[in-house]
Design a protein. Structure first.
Lengths: 417, 104
């Protein structure tokens, strides 16, 4: 999974096509070594700075007053009106970010999420059994794509019959640069009519309506399943999440809960299919405290988040101007030789794994990180228990996106235990 | 200032901490187990939860509204002495501080 033939160390990181063969690791390695604060002009809008070293990302990420989330978190430029219409709490700074975070954090806290282990295990069984019985199948489509939304559905308390529709909408939202997933490929057509919609997408508008309806249905039925009641109940200070914030938050849940865990699972299965020793290690069973984080480091599904400079500052000899876009490349930090011994090797027993797949080190650290770790652990425990061998059954294909990194097609052949 | 972390297993970790550093950063730097600080001290994760020793509660002070909200998210049981250690700043007034680290 290191640099591909097309990646000569000078890949255009602003182009989704540069990620078609996986992340351009040779380019990231060169930037970490030679130009850790790197300016790129960009055909899609204003240019941007790339931060690629683990230590630098950590240092900058803890300074949200200098590098704000409240002017957009993806590379694309937004007007203020677009920002206001589309933002979720990912796109806010303190104190606003904390107001929302406080209200939703309990529902995704480690102890609350831990209670769902049995539920998750029960969901994994039938999905795995059905896929594995085929012998040869697409592991992304039949396993990785199936689980996260169903798990989220159980945890949030969504009706099962709504889940396929939600998976589809979530795909459209996040994979909005891959023609396999959306009719509205972001950089390939005029999406002006969707500019005010969440994630620039009509699917966002549909999810808004769904969320509003869901809130009403839950209230009318007095439904208290899942964590939704925890989110909707008054916070410690008596304040309640307003409807528009819930709507945005729900959209974010569907998008984030759908894609990132899927691609962590896909990356893990891909790794198993290429290195039989990993499966044996999982079957030996003494690596489950560390394996989920290593798989998630390896996958690094969210490739970057962007911040915006709130004032001029100098960094690595460069002058960053107020309003400049600064990109934290988590994928690069996760392969930084200065932070990880043998970063291009998967070590399921890796200790002290300070990976940054969850945006660690800053206020926007992934709200769902305990859920993601639990899902990855349970899925691979259940998978490893069931199979004797797993091998590639053909070439795999990556998502066309410089924002979400993932294997969207992963043919494998298994033999069962 | 000097800090002592008392672990549930009975072990103690003592360290000299530079003024201005927060106690989460100090714990991570001194390899205090179970103090993680996933959010880098920005009050977003509650993985640096500690119990302030009774003798020090008044000097350390009480959590603000946001910290109060986030303490509900911590893994270990919340007590009257609970604080997120990223919100406690090292300084001469806290020299000799004792913190108890909850076992997850």
């Amino acid at each position: 999974m290191s640099g591909t033939a097309a990646d000569d160390g000078h890949a255009d990181l602003g182009s989704h096509d540069s990620f078609l063969n996986g992340p351009p690791h040779a380019t990231f390695a060169r930037l970490r070594a030679e130009d850790p604060m790197h300016w790129s002009d960009w055909s899609g809008g204003k240019g941007y700075w790339s931060v690629t070293r683990h230590a630098d990302i950590l240092e900058l990420n803890r300074q949200p007053d200098l590098l704000s989330s409240a002017r957009g978190i993806r590379m694309e430029d937004q007007t203020y009106e677009e920002y206001l219409a589309r933002r979720t709490f990912q796109e806010t700074d303190a104190p606003e970010h904390m107001e929302t975070r406080m209200k939703v954090a309990k529902a995704f806290s480690k102890p609350v999420i831990a209670q769902f282990e049995g539920v998750i295990r029960d969901l994994c069984g039938p999905i795995l059994d059905e896929a594995l019985a085929k012998g040869t199948f697409d592991a992304t489509k039949d396993i990785a794509r199936q689980l996260p939304m169903r798990m989220l559905g159980r945890i949030v308390g969504l009706p099962d019959e709504d889940l396929p529709w939600l998976v589809e909408k979530g795909d459209t939202l996040i994979a909005n640069t891959d023609p396999d997933f959306t009719d509205h490929v972001l950089d390939k057509m005029t999406t002006d009519e969707f500019r005010m919609m969440p994630f620039n997408s009509p699917a966002g508008a549909e999810l808004f309506v769904y969320a509003k309806d869901l809130m009403r249905r839950k209230a009318e039925a007095g439904d208290t399943t899942g964590v939704l009641p925890l989110i909707l109940q008054p916070g410690p200070d008596g304040s309640v999440l307003p409807e528009h914030e819930f709507r945005n938050f729900f959209c974010l849940l569907v998008a984030a809960g759908n894609d990132t865990t899927r691609y962590s699972i896909a990356a893990g299965i891909h790794a198993l299919a290429h290195d039989p020793a990993l499966l044996r290690q999982m079957q030996a069973g003494d690596i489950w405290d560390t394996a989920p984080d290593e798989i998630i480091r390896w996958a690094s599904p969210t490739l970057y988040f962007r911040r915006t400079a709130t004032r001029d500052f100098d960094y690595h000899g460069k002058r960053v101007r107020e309003g400049d876009k600064v990109i934290y490349w988590w994928i690069s930090g996760n392969r930084d030789e200065a932070a990880f011994a043998e970063p291009f090797r998967i070590d399921l027993a890796r200790a002290g794994n300070r990976h940054m797949s969850f945006g660690q080190g800053g206020p926007h650290v992934c709200l769902g990180m305990w859920l993601a770790r639990l899902e990855v652990r349970v899925l691979f425990q259940e998978l490893a228990r069931r199979i004797r061998t797993i091998e590639p059954a053909g070439p795999h294909r990556y998502l066309r996106s410089n924002f979400i990194g993932g294997i969207k097609e992963l043919p494998v052949t298994v033999t069962l235990n | 200032m000097h800090v002592t972390w008392k672990l549930a297993e009975g072990r103690e970790i003592k360290a000299e901490v530079k003024d201005g550093l927060n106690l989460m950063e100090a714990a991570v730097a001194n390899n205090v187990p179970h103090v993680i600080g996933e959010c880098g001290g920005s009050l977003s994760c509650a993985t640096c939860h500690v119990y302030v020793d009774e003798a020090w509660i008044a000097k350390v002070g009480t959590p603000d509204r946001f910290e109060d909200g986030m303490l509900d998210v911590a893994e270990a049981e919340r007590r009257a002495s609970s604080r997120l250690s990223c919100q406690i700043k090292a300084g001469p007034a806290l020299d000799g501080l004792v913190l108890w680290v909850p076992e997850p």
